[in-house]
Each structure stands twice: as C-alpha cells, then as structure tokens.
Design a protein around this ligand. Sequence first.
Ligand SMILES: Cc1cc2nc3c(=O)[nH]c(=O)nc-3n(C[C@H](O)[C@H](O)[C@H](O)COP(=O)(O)OP(=O)(O)OC[C@H]3O[C@@H](n4cnc5c(N)ncnc54)[C@H](O)[C@@H]3O)c2cc1C
Ligand code: SF4
Length: 589
Amino acid sequence: MQTVHDVVVIGSGAGGGTVTKVLGDLGVSVLLMEAGPMITPGDFKERLAPYDLPDRGLGPKAEGYFGGTSAITYNANFGGATIEGEPYTVAPGSQFRWFRSRVLGGRTNHYGRVTLRFADYDFKPRTRDGLGWDWPISYDDISPYYDKAERFIGVTGKAEGIRSAPDGIFQPPAALRVHDVLVQRACATLGIRAINGRQAVITTPTNGRPACHYCGQCGRGCRTASNYAASYVQIFPAMATGRVEVVADAMARELITDASGKVTAVSYVDKNTGVERQVRCRTVVLAASACESARLLLNSKSSRHPQGLANSSGVVGRYLMDTVGFGMSATIPALSGMPKYNSDGYGGHLYVPWWMWDRHKELNFPRGYHIEVGGGYGMPGIGSFNATVNQREGYGLALKKAIRDNYGISANLSGRGEMIPNEQSFCEIDPTVKDKWGIPVLRFHWQWSDHELNQVRHMQTTFRQILDAMGGTINTPAAGRGRGAAPPAAGPMAGAGAPASQPVAPAASSVPISVGGGIIHEVGTVRMGDDPRTSVLNKFCQAHDVRNLFVADAAPFVGNPDKNPTHTIIALAWRTAEYLAEELRKGNV
Ligand SMILES: Cc1cc2nc3c(=O)[nH]c(=O)nc-3n(C[C@H](O)[C@H](O)[C@H](O)COP(=O)(O)OP(=O)(O)OC[C@H]3O[C@@H](n4cnc5c(N)ncnc54)[C@H](O)[C@@H]3O)c2cc1C
Ligand code: SF4
C-alpha cells in the first residue's frame, strides 16, 4: 500500500520553502517535490572570481561573451528565461518574458533580496481609488507574519515612520556608500526622502547563521547563509528534523482528484528517467511560482473539472501582473577620479520609498513606485565593460585606462511601480505546444495600460531631476534598461532587486517601460477573495472548490503594489502553513 503523505508541497522557492519549514517545525510531515536538482552550499560561486571557474563561468554556450547577463550567468540558478525543452509561448501582439529557476530553493538562491512590507492601503486599493480589487485580508492580518519572517530570516533597515514603507523588525543596516550619499542628498533637494535599504541579509548572527561579511556577491547565493534563500535558510534545516523528505528532479504534471473532488495524488515526471509516477496525499500545497501553479491547475482537467481544477470561477490564469520597471543612470562628476576602494556590501544600501502616496491629485496615474539605487565598485563580471568598449575607440593601454576611469562613476536608479490588474494580461494553456515531458505549456497575453505608461513618464522626469541635481550626464543607451543604462554598476547584483538589464517594451507607446515579466515579479493568476464567483482561494489561500488544496506562492496576490513581492509571499505562506497545520489537527482537511 502506497504511503499517503499528510502534505505534499510542490515547488521549493520562497513559498514552498516557508510552508515546508513552518509545517516541519509544527511537527507535520512534508513531502517536498521540486522540478529542479538538489543543491549544496558548494554549488554557489560566491567569492570565486570569473577566472576561477571553467570557461570563466560562461556556461556551455558562452552566453556571456555575446551579451548574456553576467550577474546571473555564473551562479547557481539553473534557470533563466530559456529552459531547454520547457518553452512557453506568447500570443501575437503581446510581449512577455518568464524567468524560471529549476533548482531547490527556486529563484531565492540568487534574487535581489529587496524585502519590503506592503503598506496598509495596499490591501484595500479599490476602496481607495476604485481600481483593481481589495484583498480579503488587511495589513493587520499579515503584519504578525511579516514580524515572524523578519525575526527568522533577518532584514536590514531602520524605523522611519513612513506610511508607504511600514517599519519592521530590522537588523542594523550597512553604511551608505559614496554614490548612495550623493543620491540621498540630491533627493533631499527635491523634497524626496531616501532611506536605508531593506534587504534579506543578516548583519548580526541569527539562528546559527553568521553575519554578512560584505562580499557583495548575494546574486550568487551565500556560502555562509548570511542572506535569505529558501534552500539554506529553510529547507536544509527542515530536512534535518527528519520530518521533511525532498523529491528533486520531479516535475508535477497534474493533480488527481476523487469523486468527491478532493485531491488524492500528484502525478509527476521523474526527470532523470522520464517515467511518470504518483505520490498520494491528504493535502497539497502548490508553490511552483505564480504561473506554474496556474499551469498545474489548468492542466488538471477531468470530466468533473473541465476548466481545470479549482476553476469554477474561470479566474485561474487571469489578472497576471508584473512590476512596472524603468531605469536611468548617469555619469557623476563627483565620482570621477576618486581613488578606487572596496565598496562591496550586500546589494542595495539605499532606496527611495514612494513619497507621493497622499498627493495623488497632483498625478496623472494611480498608485506609485519606489526607487532602487545602484552604483559603486563591485567585482566586475563578464560583460561589465561592454558599454565602455562600445563607446571608446582604440585598444591596449588607452582602452584599459578608459575602462578604469569609467569604472564605478555612475549612479543607477531603478523604478519599481505598481501595475493595476487588467483583463488583457493573463496566461492560459497553449492549445498545441507541449514541453519535452509532454506537458502542455503556458501562452501569455500582456498589455500595459495608460496607468503604467504615465507612471513611467513620471519616473523619467523624476530620475532626470535627481541625476541633474547630482550634476550627472545621462548615459546612453537611453533609459529603460533595468537599473540604469551603461556603464553598468560593476558586479553581480550591484544595485538591488533585479537583473542588470531587462528588455524594454518596443516603441508602440514610445515609453521605455519594461517588458511584461521582465522585472521577474509575476504575481496573480490564482487570486484570493471572499466571493467564489470571482476568486479561486479564500483568505487562507485554500481553494474555494477543493478544501484540501492550498496555494502558497505569488499566485494568490490580488494586486501588485510597488513593493517587491517575496516578503509578502513568505508572510502569506507562513500564515497558510499555520492554518493548514491547525486544520489537519482538527481533521477538517
Ligand atoms: C534576478 C532576480 C532578482 C529578484 N529580486 C527580487 C527582490 O529583490 N525582491 C523580491 O521580493 N523579489 C525578487 N525577485 C523575485 C523572487 O525571486 C520571486 O518573487 C520569488 O522567488 C518567488 O518565489 P516562489 O516560491 O513563488 O517561486 P520560485 O522561487 O520561482 O520557486 C518555484 C519553484 O517551483 C519549482 N517548480 C516549478 N514548477 C514545478 C512543477 N511543475 N513541479 C515541481 N516543481 C516545480 C521550480 O523549479 C522552483 O524551484 C527576483 C528574481 C530574480 C530572478
Ligand atoms: S554580501 Fe553578505 S549576504 Fe551577500 S553573499 Fe556576501 S556574505 Fe553573503
């Protein structure tokens, strides 16, 4: 007789890692299924220089030499926008990029670790301005879980008393760097407040993990586990309890239900053999990332669930959102000719919370954005100096001097803004295309609205004002790329929360807004709500239609405020896990 697992968790990123750790701590046994391989601390390349690695870390296709993003080429991500044999499609007229990481810990192994609480008003946007939808929970419901997450994973920052950036339980932040101070001063002349970055990094020893040693390599994991990744902060310790079993290289294909509509098993492909297997379960938690979770539900069709599982509302896949992205950088004369010094740290030391949250009458767009600040002398990666080389004639000593002179003299501003959910942005199952395991893939539809385009216009004006106040010369190519245009901040993740460059949506609007999915904050698709006719999950992220099915990634998000999503994924997943443990104890699921 096959074992019936109390809980099967699918996906081991921020959501799956949190559910697994919390349930394990509460004494619940978990089988954690992960589509990617197992990982060990030795897989991380932190503190290794490119020349320490085979092919300088370029990977089998030498992508970096040809413009690949060095920041994420030679780390342990096992992912990217292209995964061999696992395509996705984009509907005609849309543009969308889907960055996936197939590895234990998912994208948390190498993400930017910007860790921001949503504000109280972010949970009730429709009440405030009539757009989007309200969440079925309030800030007070989630705040205790932000507290728990911050105590456990560790987040830097200082209490500032700003409504758009709620304070939390912070570890002391690292000092600002020179470019940070210059940006902060420039912002002050415009009446804009710039504050210490809030990063999932520990600066004091925490739960057996040593404090950060400021090597500036967070984008490549952390061998001392001094920043947050689900792999080394949650899953390895959870495995040590003996209550958590990990099945790696296991691609969930479908959820199997019985006549009563409950999930009884998960069918998956063993990627090492290609053989299809099943595990039986009492409950299942989807945490495969927002779009993968929607895909699994839509692919779990049966005569009882012709639209896919838990989809009587038809909402699965709908209301997909990303963060609005725009970047601008400038060469700053005050930084030119400075002695080079080690300005490593842990990513973004400074950020600008949204400062006009109570002045919407002055704006032509709803909601708002924050600014992440990059710059400094991080370790150069492959491709770091492409821009200088493109801008300068010559070779040899003259070129080397130009590169040295240009190194670290720019400041980069990245806008990260709120998107209002719309009917035109969603994912669905492609009717013909399958991946190499025979699983139907997702097709994406995407459209920004004037709300987002006007927001980017505001970013353009504001960033120019800040950089002008620093006496800067705006770098070319023109703004729009990630956290600023060339020359890039040297070193992996030298700025803050996203890869060094993201493609920009084309000229349709002539506004250099990021491509949908390009900021890698895709959320929505399996949203929560009080009404089963318009939502898939209840306020504990439990399916309205299927009582033993839960979702614990960004799919339940009802909106996508400017704050990066992972802190809220963790807090929500923690709340869901506690609720599930209690429901199991009471025999309700
Ligand atoms: C370069 C970069 C920078 C970022 N910076 C920030 C930042 O600063 N702040 C922030 O808040 N967010 C940031 N993000 C986004 C952040 O990484 C995600 O929000 C977060 O990791 C999502 O967690 P998740 O658990 O939903 O999904 P993931 O972390 O993607 O984990 C999902 C896991 O599920 C597995 N999986 C998928 N499908 C299946 C299946 N069918 N069967 C079994 N397993 C499956 C995947 O292999 C993966 O391991 C960044 C992302 C990137 C890539
Ligand atoms: S900067 Fe700190 S947290 Fe980041 S990789 Fe280095 S030691 Fe780890």
